[in-house]
Design a protein around this ligand. Structure first.
Ligand SMILES: Cc1ncc(COP(=O)(O)O)c(C=O)c1O
Length: 386
């Protein structure tokens, strides 16, 4: 695939891969709802599990936005993660950031461990711990930046340099940033992985995943996993994500400005113990955020000095933020990670990485910001004593 990188990001988000119109003049691509293709067709399609025009369009668009030569799409973020890990063999080691997404942890712990894939966790936001990469020479170094839900940042360029010297591939889960704000492959990561369910799609109406890379050998391995494990999305979901991507730059700008305003305002509320947001000066890695991200994204994590039950009640009292799993849609959501996204992580492990019961994660949408702040205020006044 070759992309016209002279064009700006917003132009590529809308125009990349548009060879679908044929003689029809259609401005939007059709959904190719077909399980199979006539043998010998000029575009080389055979069966939708191993490729479909809607996948190709999505893959070309995402590769262009990630600044990579290739991208491969999957049915969910977890399917994308499964595809990457399925390339390992018994005895291989994954050195993972200790605050990975709960279901990534569960996949390593409950599924791939049965096949002898070893996973070791450490705090990769701390450069002193990168020595472990050099020492252990893992098959994969697994990072997420910002992490879910603590919004820790990993220096993607720094980790990638050390990993390259050790001969290890780096997988960067870019879900929380999206390629509009951060492009891991340009910083040196081997693979940039996204749950397309979140910002790429942006409308909370389907699931998907992508893995982008410059390495043709990795592309082959990922395409093999897509077809051999049946990890392909549906053509309609690929279409929905491609449609969502067209407004990614607009949405991300609004997510960033709303989230920054809410994060700064939350810091001034006496009832809030601490606030994490990469573009707040109080974030311990604020300089790194400014270096590797174009904006802080739409997630704000706040810690309250109250019990899990009280925090859940607070979340339930919100009217514009729906208490729900997921993030990255235009509508605001709120989540209590200890009992939701990270419930599969044992309590002791959770607490050790700083994920306490008082932590609430806001996925700030693109609504009117004053309305969102008023909503948080009314729920806080109802549930927390000021
Ligand atoms: C950082 C991160 N990676 C991966 C996933 C998994 O994505 P999906 O839910 O699309 O399978 C999620 C889901 O929340 C996530 O937050």
């Amino acid at each position: 695939m070759s992309h016209d990188l002279n064009r700006g990001f917003s132009t590529r988000a809308i125009h990349e891969g548009r060879g679908f119109a044929g003689s029809t003049g259609a401005v939007m691509p059709p959904v190719y709802l077909t399980s199979t293709f006539a043998s010998g067709n000029a575009d080389g399609f055979d069966y939708t599990r191993s490729g479909n025009p809607n996948f190709r369009l999505l893959e070309e668009t995402v590769a262009s936005l990630e600044g990579t030569a290739f991208s491969v799409c999957f049915s969910s973020g977890m399917a994308a993660i499964t595809a990457v890990v399925s390339t390992l063999k018994t005895g291989d080691l994954v050195l993972a950031e200790e605050n990975v997404y709960g279901c990534t942890y569960r996949l390593f712990d409950k599924v791939f461990s049965k096949f002898g894939v070893r996973v070791e966790y450490c705090d990769l936001s701390e450069p002193a711990n990168w020595a472990r990469i050099t020492e252990a020479r893992p098959a994969l170094v697994w990072i997420e930046s910002p992490t879910n839900p603590l919004l820790k940042l990993i220096d993607i360029g720094g980790v990638s340099r050390v990993a390259a010297e050790a001969g290890s591939a780096v997988v960067a889960d870019n879900t929380f940033a999206s390629p509009f704000l951060q492009r891991p492959a340009e910083l040196g990561a081997t693979l940039s992985l996204s749950s397309a369910t979140k910002y790429l799609n942006g409308h909370s109406d389907c699931l998907g995943g992508t893995v982008s890379t410059n390495d043709p050998a990795w592309r082959e391995k990922l395409l093999f996993a897509q077809k051999a494990l049946g990890l392909n999305p549906s053509p309609f979901d690929a279409w929905l994500i491609t449609r969502g991507v067209r407004t990614l730059p607009l949405r991300m700008e609004r997510h960033c400005s709303n989230a920054l305003e809410i994060a700064a305002w939350l810091e001034s509320l006496p009832v809030v113990k601490s606030v994490r947001y990469p573009f707040l000066p109080s974030h311990p890695q604020h300089d790194l955020a400014r270096k590797q991200m174009r904006g802080g994204s739409g997630i704000v994590t706040a810690e309250f000095d109250f019990s899990a039950e009280r925090c859940i009640e607070f979340c339930r009292s919100l009217r514009l933020f729906t208490l729900a799993e997921s993030l990255g849609g235009v509508e605001s959501l709120v989540c209590h990670p200890a009992t939701m996204t990270h419930a599969s992580v044992p309590r002791a492990v959770r607490l050790a990485v700083g994920l306490g019961d008082g932590i609430v994660r806001f996925s700030v949408g693109t609504e009117n910001c004053a309305d969102l702040k008023n909503d948080i205020l009314q729920a806080a006044e109802k549930n927390f004593s000021f």
